[in-house]
Ligand binder design. Sequence first.
Ligand SMILES: [Zn+2]
Length: 466
Amino acid sequence: MNYLIKNAVATIEPQLLDTVEAVSHSMENAAKDIRISKGIIVEMGLGLPLHPNEVLVNASDCVVYPGLVNTHHHLAQSVLKGIPAGLNSDLGHWLAEVPFRFWPHIDPQLMYDAAILGLAELLRSGATTCCDHHYLYHASVTPEIEDALWQAASDIGMRLVLCRGGATATGSHKGLQKAAITPETISQMLNRLDDTRSRYHQAGPNGMRRLVVAPTSLIHSTKAEDLKTLAAYARNYDLKMHSHLLEVDFDEQQCRNLYGKSAVAYAQGCDWLGEDVWFAHLVKASSQDINLLAKSGTSISHCPTSNCRLGSGIAPVVAMREAGMNITLGVDGSASSESASMIQELNLAWLLHRSGHGANATRATQVAQWGTQNAAKLLGLDAIGALSVGKAADLVLFDISHFRYWGMHSKSVAPIIAGEPVSVKTCFINGKLVIDDGNIKGINLADRQTSLLQGLARLKQKVGDF
Ligand SMILES: [Zn+2]
């Protein structure tokens, strides 16, 4: 199917993201029409004529963005929102009381429904790509849980980057101890990585299914020798690498105690820094850490909502940006970030750092770049993350006709500076229409709700009251 998007209020083109000023001026000069043929943006401009074989998409109440790219999530947590025991807990207690209490008991059907729910929430907020840090692995795991995740992404039509988590050591991880599961051996993990890679991984600039090597916690889930083995495996197959790091002080304390060095220096010693690596959080990164991360080309997935929710702190992304680090954004799992909204992360990232660094600290255009281009670059998904001719049609139309946008004079960045709720009228992923007139096409949400409630009843039988 070919499409012509007509008369957009504004389109977020790369030149707009490259400027930090003159949002209105850039908007006036931006293309209003986008022609899509065979899944590719083939023409952009003003007054483009509708061709006979094209479907018209009226964008006269919309601003058009590249699809947002979420670089850190835990889709399994979509059914663990607001668990009372973890509502006022810090990370360590929350890990033990919430995700690790429940995840060994999540069955494939509930995993599927949780993934559909989480992906639908992301789609609704403007995301087209989800990096899911999936860690439901143990010594005797079977492939069905992971398969459910791939199936959900395929059914809803969303691009999934599976950051394959798991542990090869129980170590100091309170969560793993609480879950009382046996971690995989390194050879089990490698064999299963091989299996997933051969069945699902798509290389290339627009892969819809990607595999990333991603032990759950760099410090607490595995040993130095295993990290080196995993890094060598990833680089041998040109896979990216991801993990949690420095969300709280515990990582640094453990590294100093166990290895006599900083957590980032430990990562470097294990071959876990580089342009193919990104870490979630890095809240506690020091200026020396930032220098090392920047010099090596390592990226951050900044998750401001989750960091606020768990009281972890504010990641020093202003200093990171000044040091030249590549900054991307993630929503983190819904058990610690109940909003599951990429627009909320953009909005909060825009606001939060101003509170400590002044009104000039973050620009809406910059956070738009964090949520699109920077993430696409990190993932090697060069066909997405920007609206320009030759890129994949991977874009969202935010409807700004609602009265909450009346009186708005910076319409191109309105979804970012006004924040939630946003309304996605239309969404294309890899050229395919996934949201049409506000409706997600690939799923029946009412059916999924019924199934999800049944799954939660099964979970309750295993773990008791939530
Ligand atoms: Zn996380």
